[in-house]
Design a protein around this ligand. Sequence first.
Ligand code: NAD
Length: 471
Amino acid sequence: GLRGWCRLRHTSQSERMETQSQVVERLRETFRSGVTLPEQFRRTQLTNLIAMIEENEEQIIKALHKDLAKPKFEAVLSEVDILINELYYANANLNSWMKREYVTKNLATKLDDCFVRREPLGVVLVIGAWNYPLQLLLLPMVGAIAAGNCVIIKPSEISAATEQLIAELVPKYLSQDCYAVVQGGAEETKALLKNRFDHIFYTGSQAVARSVLVAASVHLTPVTLELGGKCPCLLYGAVNMAAAARRLVWAKYFNSGQSCVAPDYVLCTPATREALLPEIQKTLVDCFGTEPQASPDLGRIVSPRHWTHLMELLGRSKGKVVVGGEGNQEDKYIAPTVLVDVAEDDALMQEEIFGPILPIICVDTLEEGIAFINRQEKPLALYVFSEESSVVETVLKNTSSGGFCSNDGILHMTLPSLPFGGVGSSGWGNYHGRWGFETFSHRRACMLRGWGLEMLNGLRYPPYTERKLSW
Ligand code: NAD
């Protein structure tokens, strides 16, 4: 549409007047030229990305504050540092990731070179979401650059300040021939998706993921989907309640609950709930004071539309609010909220909450808790809190989820050595560290045959005698 055409003009000087398909074509030309292939080129671009983030950290923090009132601490931890870590990790390991991987051979191939060669896919598209608007866009891009691809990134239009900043900075620091930012909302993204890509990496909701898949099917483009869902947090047996409450509160109310790996709801016995509730209340006061709206350490809901949706969801719940419950539309503020007596068919349990609202659901036994989890879609993350390792192991062995973390929340996704991604409806594929490099690489099976031992080959040519078969 016209808006998309206008917005594209902001991406860079050289992309002025270019249509989306011209950008894709231009990047394809670059890819064909082979400039992205040498290790040194990839390293330079990754190093430039480090410079981009380090030199503009203040501006990044400001933009994130404008979009989500993200506290500086949270912005540094979950957007800036996680990216810097990933970039250094990629640069330190790129050489070994790019090496040919020699494989086991049989008698017939004894003298040959048999290896897997990681090759870039071509021009790839990364579509990001608004809740971690920098990290969710650039972290996949690190893998894509490391693997030697040309990359188009499409930031979320909902986090507009960060979107704008990314569109300004990326062309200043990275090769414009190889990488481009395309801006726009649903309409522009739908138009962009009509182009042929060699891979699409999508982060966002399940609903939009379906239309991404439909678009990808036209060109048979492989897709990675980083989606959401309801991440359970099961507390069972002996639990250090004070520590559990602190870790739970931190993971839940970080970014005001707008994390794909935030604990969505708590499952525990009525007795555990009674012990946990006062600790949650105490922790909330410790963290945000008695008037959380005045705390600089609590983010805001991203938009008035998202705010209204959350408040309506809360209004439809038949659960009992025991902490918080208030909201202020103008400020896009929702108090850290906890509800009890929430039934499995409650409104809050029908969709991912994605806000600072925590329902506590009671089960009587560990088996009941596990059965509850297994009745839902497979979550992106599953948390279990217990001092008994047998409880942790039982939950681990009897459930499925994208990631698993015991006695904490969110933290498992900060390690670049662990793959990050969902399973089932919480997503397809994964990234972070080597896993991101792999996602954006083709593993080409290579056999370099020589001319020796033709005698042995004689065995396989017709006529296929019985003797050859039984040899
Ligand atoms: P969003 O609204 O920002 O959408 C994501 C992207 O899709 C944006 O770039 C947007 O422009 C684009 N888009 C929107 N409508 C489109 C359409 N019709 N066609 C094509 N593209 C379209 O973010 P969201 O979807 O509200 O994100 C929240 C969801 O993302 C939650 O479910 C959350 O759990 C999930 N999420 C997952 C991860 C993960 O890593 N697995 C991370 C963050 C968020």
